[in-house]
Design a protein around this ligand. Structure first.
Ligand SMILES: [Zn+2]
Length: 358
């Protein structure tokens, strides 16, 4: 780097004009980056546009801030961005390093039980730069700033008013070239020193557009998430099996309880039948007053208070008179309990129709 360049890169040089899309740097005849104040006035500057290569004139009036203009009067689409790329190139080479922004890589997917997440953070780092060049790498329309760092290449994208367009972003991804965007839309560069602060510190104006390491890390995070998903699937299936087993156990218990109750009821009826058979004909009341037995003289019928307020009517030997009455009341023979089943409320009606009195 010579003294000429050093003067042109002075930290105190104003950059305010770039926010009005005015260019203050150009290439001189020796292909050097020169500031508008260090060249001859007008056409005598013998400078060319950094972006399109057209001849420029140096406007060094007393009222307006100094800037370069295209001799043809043409508007140059990327003139300011390209100028900043050239300036960044010179500053980065002069400092010998660049500060990359941090990168947060996050991957998630939904599992049957809960959301699965994984993330990795790549810290901002100071990268030693061996060399830098401007070339049309990504698209033919505008040049790129490519930094050479330990055998790897890093592309620097500078945006001021507009965001980087999707097509250019897609090209960067396709090139698999690590790229950092420096977005100046939310800041004001008063001097070269402000630009240096953005280039050489960790700040919010830089972000990764594409990072070669990111792809690898993202794949690791995805694989980790898939592993977690597989574990969670297993856990979920296990849980389902446990729930089914619990449900089956509950059903089995209910069934067993029902069977036990039925068995107890049957045993109770059997006990009562034994008791009735041992009695002489006539009315029998048991001690706790819960059972009433009628035994006809011909052994035809017993009434038994059963469980759950049900009345078991046992018509023995097919006593026609009794069966007629029971049918008249609308009772059906219960094949399981081998008796006629009535509700307690029907008791009085039955005894009345059979001509009994209790
Ligand atoms: Zn131009």
């Amino acid at each position: 780097m010579n003294t000429q360049k050093f003067t042109d890169l002075n930290s105190l040089i104003s950059l305010s004009a770039i926010h009005h899309r005015m260019v203050v740097y150009a290439l001189n005849e020796q292909e050097e980056l020169v500031h508008v104040d260090s060249v001859n006035r007008g056409k005598l500057c013998k400078c060319r546009c950094l972006s399109c290569g057209e001849a420029l004139v140096a406007r060094q009036g007393d009222l307006k801030s100094h800037s370069f203009a295209h001799e043809s009067g043409a508007e140059c689409l990327y003139a300011v961005e390209t100028m900043l790329q050239w300036l960044a190139k010179e500053l980065i080479v002069a400092h010998g390093f660049f500060i990359t922004p941090e990168l947060n890589i996050y991957e998630s997917l939904s599992g049957p039980l809960r959301r699965i997440e994984a993330q990795e953070n790549l810290d901002s780092s100071k990268v030693s730069i061996n060399s830098a060049r401007i070339e049309k790498r990504v698209t033919r329309t505008r040049p790129d700033l490519v930094l050479q760092a330990n055998g790897r290449e890093l592309l620097i994208e500078i945006t001021i008013s507009k965001k980087i367009d999707a097509k250019r972003l897609a090209s960067i991804e396709q090139c698999q070239l690590s790229a950092v965007e420096i977005n100046l839309s939310k800041t004001h560069l008063a001097t070269v020193a402000d630009f240096e602060r953005i280039l050489f510190t960790d700040n919010g104006y830089k972000q990764w557009l594409f990072n070669v390491k990111e792809v690898k890390i993202r794949n690791i995070l995805r694989a980790r998430n898939l592993e977690q998903l597989s574990l969670q699937d297993h856990e979920y299936k296990q849980k389902l099996i446990e729930e089914e087993a619990l449900e089956a156990a509950k059903n089995r218990q209910q069934r067993e309880t029902a069977e036990k109750n039925k068995a107890e009821e049957n045993a109770h009826i059997s006990d009562m039948l034994t008791a009735v058979l041992s009695q002489r004909p006539g009315l029998v009341l048991d001690r706790d007053d819960r059972k009433i037995y009628y035994r006809l003289k011909d052994g035809g019928l017993w009434f038994l208070w059963g469980q759950n307020d049900r009345l078991y009517l046992i018509a023995k030997n097919g006593n026609e008179q009794v069966i007629k009455v029971l049918r008249k009341i609308g009772l059906n023979y219960d094949e399981i309990n081998l008796c006629y089943l009535a509700l307690q409320s029907q008791y009085l009606s039955i005894t009345h129709q059979l001509g009994f009195s209790s």
